[in-house]
Design a protein around this ligand. Structure first.
Ligand code: NAD
Length: 426
């Protein structure tokens, strides 16, 4: 059992804390958000994440998991502290490390001599070395341990990762951190901090590249009359390629890929390399939003001004209520800019929640969004949408046209109900 502190109790921090408590460690989670800590202290998880509520309740019940206000209170008396604070992007695409700076300033006088500070936030390459300079005066070793979990399956990904990466100059400290995860069956790669930080950016850049590639192939499929879904099945059987991240869609988004791809472009620039490949990957993604809007324009009769568009799905993918950099919001924004009137529904966005950027009309059920609509667009692949009865939807719509930007609906059933169906690449 190790005494662990978590600094920043968001998607990554809370998952890390709850899973480490589940693995038998004693974990104190700290955050500056008073409301978050109050809710967590009574076992209420403030965001949607499969299995996390169960692990938080388990940790509170067995006394291994606690929540405290502020980083200082969390790290007092710990052996290992994890930094899990945000690293958003600056307006110029570079990485904003101010949360890292504030948190480290906050804990430098409190972390016990001999403790290990582990950075899990995605940080510009070289940050661990900078943080190390601050902490070497107080006898604290700094280690990089990038996180690869996906929202929606964060607990599963944390407990069954493809690999654990530990970046440390001090191999003894690396071993202590590795021991925390000894009950997790995964390859452990111990490397230097700069390589560990680079692995995280390289992984996200590669995933984004795969997704943009699929959407580009989908555009080719539309041109030549191929079916992208079959093309991807054929591609995914190739073990050198693998089938993950081979689904076409409205474009990629979420809290990581957009900021991390732009971040890597800037990191590469700083290192004297013009990462043209990754710049194109980002451009292809932005084009995808426009391509989807063109499909909706077509579905609504060639014009968006004054047309009523029903939007199903706002989160960046199913299984999460995270709206950060959601392609659905980017596309909704473009539709609004072209004069469309939008009514949206998402199972995780309440009608009383503050409206997501510019979207005023969020309704409480998918059917009402279709009342008199000129087109329907599916932007998130929630199961609920697959279960909708197309003939019932058809009765509500002014015009039977659907753009399925996730290729998630049963095309034949929707066509039988009289819908003009457009998917992505098919
Ligand atoms: P988040 O915004 O969900 O959570 C961050 C938390 O840190 C917030 O609750 C915030 O209040 C808290 N915080 C900020 N400053 C603090 C301070 N000084 N002291 C204590 N708490 C503080 O962020 P996240 O999605 O968990 O991401 C955290 C990091 O992990 C980022 O660098 C991100 O890129 C990386 N990451 C995220 C994911 C993901 O899927 N969300 C996956 C892998 C890596």
């Amino acid at each position: 059992m190790t005494r662990v502190a978590i600094v920043g109790t968001g998607y990554v921090g809370l998952t890390t804390g709850a899973c480490l408590a589940h693995l038998g460690h004693e974990v104190a989670c700290g955050d500056i958000d008073e409301e978050k800590i109050a809710r967590l202290s009574v076992g209420e998880v403030p965001f949607l994440e499969d299995q996390l509520g169960r692990l938080v309740a388990e940790g509170i019940d067995n006394g291994r998991l606690s929540f405290v206000l502020g980083a200082k209170a969390a790290v007092a008396g710990c052996e290992i502290a994890f930094l899990c604070v945000p690293t958003p992007q600056n307006p110029d695409g570079s990485v904003d490390v101010s949360f890292i700076e504030t948190a480290t300033r906050d804990i430098v006088d409190v972390l016990p001599n001999g403790a290990i500070l582990v950075n899990k936030s995605t940080v510009p390459v070289g940050t661990t070395r900078v943080v190390e300079k601050v902490f070497e005066q107080v006898g604290v070793t700094v280690v990089s341990n990038p996180e690869f979990l996906r929202e929606g399956s964060a607990v599963q990904d944390f407990l069954h990762p493809d690999r654990i990466v530990i970046g440390a100059e001090d191999r003894v400290a690396a071993g202590v951190v590795a021991a925390l995860f000894k009950d997790i069956a995964a390859p452990v790669l111990v490397t230097d901090p700069v390589s560990a930080e680079t692995i995280k950016y390289a992984a996200n850049a590669f995933l984004a590249t795969k997704l943009s590639f699929v959407n580009a192939i989908a555009a080719v499929c539309e041109g030549v009359g191929a079916n992208v879904d079959d093309v991807m099945v054929g591609l995914g059987y190739d073990h050198r390629i693998r089938s993950d991240y081979l689904r076409p869609g409205p474009g990629w988004g979420g809290s990581c890929l957009p900021k991390d791809t732009r971040g890597l472009v800037r990191i590469a620039e700083g290192a004297g390399y013009d990462f043209r490949l990754l710049k194109s990957v980002i451009e292809v993604n932005e084009e995808q939003f426009t391509r989807v809007v063109a499909k909706v324009r077509d579905a609504a009769g060639g014009e968006l001004e004054g047309r009523a568009v029903a939007v199903w799905g706002l989160t960046f993918k199913a299984g999460t209520n995270d709206l950060r950099d959601s392609p659905a919001l980017a596309i909704a924004g473009l539709l609004l800019a072209d004069g469309a009137k939008i009514r949206a529904y998402d199972p995780t966005v309440g009608t009383d929640d503050p409206p997501p950027v510019g979207l005023v009309d969020v309704l409480g059920d998918p059917m009402s969004t279709c009342e008199g609509a000129d087109a329907l667009i599916v932007l998130t692949d929630w199961d609920e949408f697959r279960r909708m009865e197309p003939s019932a939807v058809a009765e509500r719509m002014a015009n039977r046209a659907v753009v399925d930007a996730r290729n998630t609906l049963d095309r034949q059933a929707w066509e039988r109900a009289g819908f003009d169906y457009q998917g992505i690449g098919c």
